[in-house]
Write a protein that binds this ligand. Structure first.
Ligand code: MRU
Length: 374
């Protein structure tokens, strides 16, 4: 991994560096990532010239968020093919890098299928690598388009549920441009509400332990000029009790066939609070996050991450050595990266294909019938 260049954080109105881009310098193709572990302090690009480097970037969350993981996985296959590595082996490594976001496997399988199909019809290695790259670029484009459609459907839903405007929206983790080929999922809806003059405030959960809310969502809100306020995750309850939340908007890492939603740990408690306080709990995700092969919430594999992410506060650089210990040495920590929200707590699932509400197995099956699945 090479730091290609670093620049001070983007200010309001400055175009951000792309979350990910394919590049073809004379030394050979590379996948260039905006290193999300360095935000918001600085914008640094990581150059991945091989699959193990990309796998490490995925595990350390330099690249993260379900849709972007899918895109990165697809480009990872293209990278392996372009450098003449064993594509099946590379695909297995990439798919296994993180277990919960279904998009990762989806993107990997799509690019690998395009490569195999080309090989099957007698293409030479270079042509087959080109087929994998075209598929990755196509997924990248589709995700950007999906993002735009989700923002459109999500804003219409907000207007229907909250006709008065002046929305006060609570969000968790990070779901903007940093996770997407476009403007994101839940964050794209908040952004659309802001552009339409209907967002009063975006409440941003800090999202312990890796602070995707404070490091990344607050950064994206600032870049886009959104009115936002940061809170600790455990302040959400009193915010609901004070009547300060009109809707919760979150993304998803996997939506099972019964409508159960896996998302960043801390999402489920928000769904419980939203139910108690009669506030809509809305999940925004592309259809590539829907996984009809996983029957229900209990069948979703939840990634367990190192306890050190909890026992040490790592500051602006998660995973970096030299964090500040906030627990006695030897403390054992429980650190699931995600939790599962059952469908009965979800008011609606917003996708690029439209809105599913109420959220039931039947509604999810109908959605899948309308969309492309690998
Ligand atoms: O562990 P992360 O940072 O990859 O988790 C990301 C999330 O949980 C997001 O909320 C989810 O991927 C939805 S983003 C569209």
């Amino acid at each position: 991994m090479v730091d290609q260049h670093a620049r001070p954080p983007t200010g309001e109105g400055t175009p951000p560096l792309p979350s990910l881009r394919w590049d073809e310098p004379p030394e050979g193709p590379v996948l260039v990532l905006l290193d999300q572990t360095r935000l918001p302090a600085e914008e640094v690009e990581l150059v991945c010239a091989d699959v193990p480097t990309l796998v490490r970037a995925i595990r350390t969350l330099a690249v993260r968020g379900a849709p972007l993981l899918g895109i990165a996985g697809a480009y990872g296959v293209a990278l392996a093919a372009a450098h003449g590595y064993d594509v099946a082996e590379a695909a297995a490594l990439l798919e296994g890098a993180r277990p919960t976001a279904v998009n990762l496997g989806y993107g990997v399988r799509r690019a690998a299928a395009a490569y195999r199909e080309a090989v099957g019809r007698g293409a030479v290695a270079e042509e087959a690598a080109g087929a994998a790259l075209r598929e990755a670029k196509e997924l990248h484009r589709e995700d950007a388009a999906a993002s735009e459609r989700m923002a459109h459907h999500g804003l219409a839903l907000l207007d229907e549920l909250l006709p008065g405007g002046g929305h006060r929206i609570l969000t968790h983790c990070n779901t903007g441009r940093l996770v997407s080929g476009g403007e994101g999922t839940a964050f794209a809806v908040a952004l659309a509400a802001h552009r339409a003059g209907r967002l009063r405030t975006l409440w941003v959960d800090e999202t312990r332990p890796l602070l995707q809310g404070s490091r990344l969502t607050a950064y994206e809100a600032a870049v886009n000029g959104l009115p936002y306020t940061l809170l600790t995750d455990n302040a959400a309850g009193s915010l609901f009790a004070a009547g300060q939340v009109d809707a919760v908007l979150i993304g998803a890492d996997r939506i099972a066939a019964d409508g159960s939603v896996a998302n960043k740990v801390g999402s489920y408690p928000l769904a419980v609070l939203a139910k108690y306080h009669h506030v809509p709990f809305i999940v925004v995700a592309p259809t590539t996050t829907v996984d009809p092969r996983t029957a229900d919430g209990a069948s979703i594999e939840v990634e367990q991450r190192p306890g050190q992410e909890v026992t040490d506060v790592t500051g602006p650089r998660p995973g970096a050595a030299g964090g500040l210990p906030v627990a006695p040495p030897g403390t054992v920590a429980y650190n699931p990266a995600f939790d599962i929200t059952p469908p009965e707590l979800v008011t609606a699932v917003v996708t690029e294909e439209g809105v599913v509400s109420p959220v039931t197995g039947g509604g999810i099956a109908e959605l899948c019938a309308r969309s492309r699945q690998v």
